[in-house]
Design a protein. Structure first.
Length: 202
């Protein structure tokens, strides 16, 4: 089990390295289980970095994974910097809003995250905003389902088309996001279950 301060130091070093490799990176945020401090309960650590890039690389130029040791993996996700211009989208996006709400700044000279979180946290747990995020995820799942709804009336072919399999994955992911945004607990609620898990381990 690695100390949280060691993990954040490793994340900071990885963020600086990514910025040196790609000068177009405007900011790097720590997200995921390490940012939430959930990772202290596990022995294998996944350090997730969100890179805000005004010139995002193509898929062939992106190397998202890097093992730092047998225990620590750095995983990078890239976000187009232009999305920060739409504050409403960031607040109601079922995937990005929860991620950015809990993100920690590693490199952010323009204070992009401070501005976004100020807008997010003022209304994040608001019922209407929560509903908007869940509904956006549901609509994504419904639109994807319409693309493979024909299988409810006919047998699926063998082998199953890869494109339709990807669509099925999108449906599951979007449906899960809808449920997650409705059922997501505020920080004080999650802290209770973290403490409970720690007690069980001891």
């Amino acid at each position: 089990m690695l100390d949280y301060n060691i993990l954040t130091k490793l994340a900071q070093e990885a963020a600086q390295q990514k910025h040196r490799e790609r000068p177009t990176v405007e900011a790097v945020f720590l997200v995921g289980s390490v940012a939430r401090r959930d990772s202290v309960l596990t022995t294998q650590i996944d350090i997730e970095l969100l890179l805000v890039d005004y010139k995002p690389p193509g898929e062939t130029d992106l190397y998202p994974f890097q093992w730092l040791s047998d225990q620590v993996l750095v995983e990078c996700h890239t976000l187009d910097a232009r999305i920060f211009q739409d504050k409403k989208l960031l607040r109601t996006d079922p995937l990005l809003a929860p991620i950015l709400n809990e993100a920690i700044t590693l490199f952010d000279p323009r204070h992009l995250l401070d501005v976004v979180q100020a807008g997010l946290r003022s209304r994040f747990w608001d019922a209407e905003t929560t509903y908007q995020r869940a509904r956006a995820a549901y609509q994504t799942a419904w639109q994807a389902f319409r693309g493979i709804a024909r299988y409810s009336r006919m047998a699926a072919p063998k082998p199953f088309p890869l494109a339709d399999l990807n669509t099925l994955f999108q449906i599951v992911e979007a449906s899960s996001l809808a449920i997650f945004n409705i059922g997501q607990q505020p920080p004080f609620g999650r802290a209770h279950w973290q403490n409970f898990a720690q007690v069980c381990q001891n």
